[in-house]
Design a protein around this ligand. Structure first.
Ligand code: A2P
Length: 277
């Protein structure tokens, strides 16, 4: 099956997503159109990325309908005024949704836990309102650790959050947190599944890649898929965009999975340690 049902919602998420961090304007539109051509139907954006409108424009340009694609955004800006925060989040909904009153996003996440419980609560209550209004089909968090997820129980009407999006690759596996999420029915999305390119030359990874006649990047994506996570690889290059989607014609065996599992460096393996503070 090419999608994962999101527990307690009416939606399912395509198993593979396309990340668009640091892609802007025409280059972003181009990359997303290429991604749709390569078969992706899921794009991971954020208010902070400043490219929500380009992602939406790419849907139309590719000849797809809104309901053909799964679109995610994220917010990190609590204002201290829930109405104001709501209006800002609604802007993201309209940017990705096409602007009409029927605009919606498939998934809306809190981008980072940030520093204060008050900010997390304000953002979550805004997302709960959008969900209730049908403007966010699923809602979740990103970079939340167990303590943040547990804290949510104090104020959340909707718990667990439907999704937690984390930096996840063999060198940064967040084992305890990942287990907590799967035990609680929280879908895990993997950002920077290619470790931002950092470990693509790893020897063990190279051996697994050679065995399957696939690229190291394809092996990393496949490893994430077989964990039942949702990898969100990112590329601005047409050939690599296609390469990263060409991961459904082979599978890693137990030995390969074990070899890759053995690469974990825990928190020190993270490329973006600051996101998890
Ligand atoms: P580029 O945009 O030039 O393709 P991550 O998804 O882990 O954040 O990694 C993104 C980084 O990895 C980008 O620098 C991207 O560069 C690079 N990248 C994406 N796909 C591949 C690939 N198949 N092989 C090598 N590097 C890749």
């Amino acid at each position: 099956e090419s999608r994962i049902p999101i527990p307690k919602t009416s939606v399912s998420v395509p198993r593979l997503g396309f990340g668009v961090y640091q892609l802007y304007d025409q280059a972003c539109q181009q990359a997303v159109v290429t991604a749709f051509g390569a078969g992706y139907r899921h794009v991971d954006s954020a208010h902070m990325y400043r490219n929500e409108s380009e992602v939406r424009a790419a849907v139309t340009k590719a000849g797809l309908r809104r309901e053909d694609v799964f679109l995610t955004t994220k917010t990190r800006s609590a204002t201290g005024d829930p109405e104001k925060t709501y209006r800002s989040a609604l802007e993201s909904v309209k940017n990705l949704g096409g602007g009409g009153d029927d605009s919606y996003v498939d998934l809306f996440l809190i981008h980072v836990p940030g520093s204060s419980p008050e900010a997390r609560q304000e953002l979550w209550q805004v997302l709960e309102r959008l969900h209730k209004e049908g403007k966010a089909k699923a809602i979740g968090v990103s970079n939340f650790r167990v303590q943040h997820l547990e804290e949510m129980k104090e104020y959340a009407k909707i718990w667990p959050p439907h999704v937690n999006q984390l930096e996840l690759h063999p060198w940064c596996q967040h084992r305890e947190l990942a287990k907590y999420c799967s035990d609680n029915g929280i879908v895990l999305q993997a950002y920077s599944p290619l470790s931002c390119g950092e470990y693509l030359k790893d020897k063990t990874l190279g051996e697994v890649a050679a065995k399957h006649n696939k690229s190291p990047a394809q092996i990393l994506i496949r490893w994430g898929l077989q964990k039942d996570w949702v990898p969100l690889p990112k590329s601005g290059n047409p050939d690599r965009i296609k390469e990263n989607a060409d991961v459904f014609d082979f599978s890693l065996d137990e030995e390969d999975m074990k070899a890759l599992d053995g690469l974990d460096k825990g928190a020190t393996g993270a490329i973006f340690p600051a996101n998890l503070r």
